[in-house]
Ligand binder design. Structure first.
Ligand SMILES: Cc1cc2nc3c(=O)[nH]c(=O)nc-3n(C[C@H](O)[C@H](O)[C@H](O)COP(=O)(O)O)c2cc1C
Length: 338
């Protein structure tokens, strides 16, 4: 199973729907988190980003960030009415502003609080509960206590991004620690982290052949074809990445134009997208330098159009080859299961 990662500011409903009109290979998407603050007065705007099945039929799993079990349960009740069956708890957000309030990865050094939270929500939530975690906040040594707590509850799944919170996105995922967690975990486990290419995926699935679920984040944003490449469906209809990408990009911009109010919001949003996309194109870095500074939407659109008209080369993934094949021997080598 391939899952689209939640990425606040990116994988919102607009993106999920447009992406699934142009690409394939994703079975489920975890939506970016709703904070418990927002959950207190759930407006239609917040819930409007969620629909159980979206265009293209990607089933969506909502996610919550916070540490009040009652708010989790009341959101779960609202979401049950909307037809959802699972609510994911964010225990991985690395940002210091969040962590210092004992939320996201900031809770990983308080296993007792995780225990109390899960005890309440697992008995009262009408939806299945799953968690998305890192290895710890300050050290992977925190993981043992957290794992013992998680193992006591009937979680639907655990998604593990094997970095610690204070690392943010520095260094590489700790595959040895992931493997230790896998050996001790009672629940179905999902791997998440630094899958930038088909090669990354196959090296990882060779390390963990028993694993059936994988989550793609930044790799999918940089290369929206990635799930198709991994599943072998890429290019069945059309191998021309640039043409397919341009159709997708124009659709994405048009969809945001409908949703956002005014050109400055659209400009900011599309600049954000180029931060993800530029590395996939020859000369993309130069384009990004130029468009980042532009303050007018029409000038920005002109530059992007001229870039597309120059028929830039699509580059192979920028960060493959980081998985240590030595790990592969520990669980036996496999061909990757989805
Ligand atoms: C801009 C951005 C926003 C993110 N928002 C969320 C979020 O809302 N909820 C969450 O659990 N993780 C969030 N993440 C973390 C990703 O889901 C994922 O765990 C992380 O990027 C590592 O996976 P990757 O290497 O495949 O990108 C976010 C990451 C980024 C870079």
């Amino acid at each position: 199973m391939m899952i689209m990662a939640p990425m606040r500011g990116y994988t919102d409903r607009v993106f999920r729907e447009v992406w699934s009109r142009h690409f394939s290979g994703i079975d489920e998407a975890v939506a970016p988190f709703i904070s418990l603050q927002q959950a207190k007065d759930l407006s239609l705007k917040i819930l409007g980003d969620l629909a159980k099945k979206e265009a293209g039929s990607i089933p969506v799993i909502p996610q919550i960030l916070g540490n009040h079990p009652a708010a989790f349960v009341s959101l779960a009740c609202r979401l049950e009415d909307m037809g959802f069956s699972e609510l994911n708890w964010n225990l991985g957000c690395p940002f210091p502003m969040v962590a210092k309030k004992a939320k996201g990865s900031g809770l990983l050094c308080f296993p007792d609080r995780i225990d109390a939270f899960l005890e309440e929500v697992c008995s009262l939530s009408p939806l299945r509960v799953s968690v998305k975690i890192r290895l710890g906040r300050h050290s992977k040594d925190e993981m043992g206590a957290v794992l013992s707590v998680l193992n006591r509850y009937p979680l639907h799944r655990v998604i593990l991004h094997p970095r610690i919170g204070v690392q943010m996105y520095e260094g590489r995922p700790d595959l040895k620690a992931f493997q230790d967690f896998l050996h001790g975990a009672r629940h179905p486990l999902v791997y998440n982290g630094d899958i930038w290419s088909r090669d990354d995926f196959y090296a990882l699935s060779s390390c963990f052949p028993s694993l059936g679920s994988w989550m793609l984040g930044r790799g999918l944003l940089a290369d929206p074809f990635l799930p198709e490449r991994i599943r072998g469906g890429f290019g069945e209809k059309n191998k021309d990445e640039l043409n397919r990408f341009i159709l997708f990009y124009n659709d994405l911009e048009a969809a945001y134009q409908k949703k956002l109010s005014g050109p400055s919001h659209l400009l900011a949003r599309m600049k954000g997208w180029w931060d993800c996309f530029y590395g996939s194109f020859e000369g993309g870095d130069l384009l990004f330098k130029k468009i980042r500074k532009l303050q007018r939407l029409d000038l920005f659109q002109k530059e992007v159009q001229a870039f597309f008209d120059s028929r830039p080369e699509w580059l192979p993934s920028r960060a493959g080859g980081w998985v240590d094949p030595a790990l592969g021997s520990a669980e036996g080598r496999g061909e990757g299961r989805l």
